[in-house]
Structures are given as C-alpha cells and as structure tokens.
Design a binder for this molecule. Structure first.
Ligand SMILES: C[S@@+](CC[C@H](N)C(=O)[O-])C[C@H]1O[C@@H](n2cnc3c(N)ncnc32)[C@H](O)[C@@H]1O
Length: 193
C-alpha cells in the first residue's frame, strides 16, 4: 500500500525505552545457532541483542522500510563490529530477500497491529509462510490493550485473541502467550502441520 494511504505509519519509533530486548528474546526462546528475523525492526535494538544469543553459527536479519532507522542500525553494527546482523531495507508486506524455509524465529514487535489496521495481512502472512521453516516459531509482540498504558490508540490495539483470530486463518496455531515487561505481551505460534 502506498505510504500516504496507510492509516498506521510508525517509521522512526523505537520501543527500546519501554521494552527489554533480553526479556523478549528469553520469552521467545531464541538460542545459539538460530536464524532470526526481526520484521519491522526499527533501530534494531532487539536484533542487536539477538546477535549475541545466536552467535557465530546463527544469523540475524533486521528488516524495515524506514531508511533512517536502518541507517542507525548500520552504524551500530559497524561500531560493535558485528558479523552476524544483516540490516535489510525491505517491505515485510511484499518480499523479504531471504531464502524460502530459512528462518527459525520470525519476530515482529509492535508492528502487527499496523499490518492488520492497514489490511496488509494477506501478503504479510504469505511472506511469513514462505520464509519460516516448517518447525519455525512466529512471535508477535504487541502492546497490552489497557487504558493508561503506553501504545497506539486503543481502537487499533490487539488482544491476544485478536492476534489468534488473524493468524489462524493462515494456518498458524497459538502455542503460548506471555507477558513481557509491564506493557507488552508476546504470542508464540507455529505452522499447523
Ligand atoms: C512501532 S515501530 C516498532 C519498531 C521496533 N520493532 C520496536 O519495537 O521498537 C514499527 C516499525 O515497523 C516498520 N514498518 C511498518 N510497516 C512496515 C513494512 N510494511 N515493512 C517493514 N517495516 C515496516 C516501521 O518503519 C517501524 O520502524
């Protein structure tokens, strides 16, 4: 969808002040050697943390459409001399330049409500299906839908059940929902094979 037609535009926002990357990655079970994709990574604060966990046998792909965020990530990768983080300027609703069935863990943090709100679910789920291994994990981090908590407007926030309703028609099944920090939850799902 053309950017000026989108209801939700989040470029440049980062949750790094209110969401702990290490807690997220612990809750999603990221491990050494994993191939990890951070879809709508923003400045990549989760990807940078993931780099150490996946180690030299793993790989991190951080994708975002917002070039200034990718530029920040490029700079941090250079400063830290990281070899396993790959920033990719790409649209997760169309095509991500990674191989079919290559990703162990596809994580999208604070992005999914925008995909749903912009009616971009079909193309996004098709691409998730293409890149995720059959035994891979889909992890969706969202803001808790409660008044007085930070996050997007209440009418666009998603309850965990809303996430389930949106993904199950694409053949995904919920495994677990965990609260992650004071303001977020993560829903873990897998392909229904
Ligand atoms: C609210 S920010 C969250 C950033 C980061 N995941 C975090 O939690 O801090 C949403 C991010 O998704 C990106 N985004 C939105 N639509 C996208 C798309 N279709 N493809 C790739 N990135 C997208 C935005 O540019 C923005 O960086």
């Amino acid at each position: 969808m053309a950017d000026d037609k989108k209801i939700h535009k989040h470029g440049g926002k980062s949750s790094s002040e209110i969401l702990s990357a290490s807690e997220v990655l612990k809750n999603v079970g990221l491990k050494s050697g994993d191939i990890f994709l951070d879809a709508g990574s923003g400045d990549g604060f989760i990807s940078l943390e993931a780099s150490e966990i996946v180690g030299e046998n793993g790989e991190v792909y951080a994708t975002d459409v917002h070039k200034p965020s990718m530029d920040i990530l490029h700079q941090k990768i250079e400063e830290k001399d990281l070899k396993n983080v790959n920033p990719i300027l790409a649209d997760i609703t169309s095509s991500i330049p990674v191989e079919n069935n290559s990703i162990d863990l596809y994580l999208t943090a604070n992005v999914f409500h925008g995909i749903v709100g912009n009616a971009e679910l079909d193309s996004t789920m098709k691409e998730i299906n293409r890149v995720l291994k059959d035994d891979g994990v889909l992890a969706i981090v969202e803001f808790i839908k409660e008044e007085g908590m930070p996050g997007p407007p209440m009418d666009v926030r998603l309850e965990p059940q809303d996430v389930v309703d949106n993904i199950e028609k694409y053949g995904y099944v919920k495994k677990e929902v965990k609260q992650t920090g004071p303001y977020h939850y993560v829903l873990l799902a897998s392909k229904n094979k």
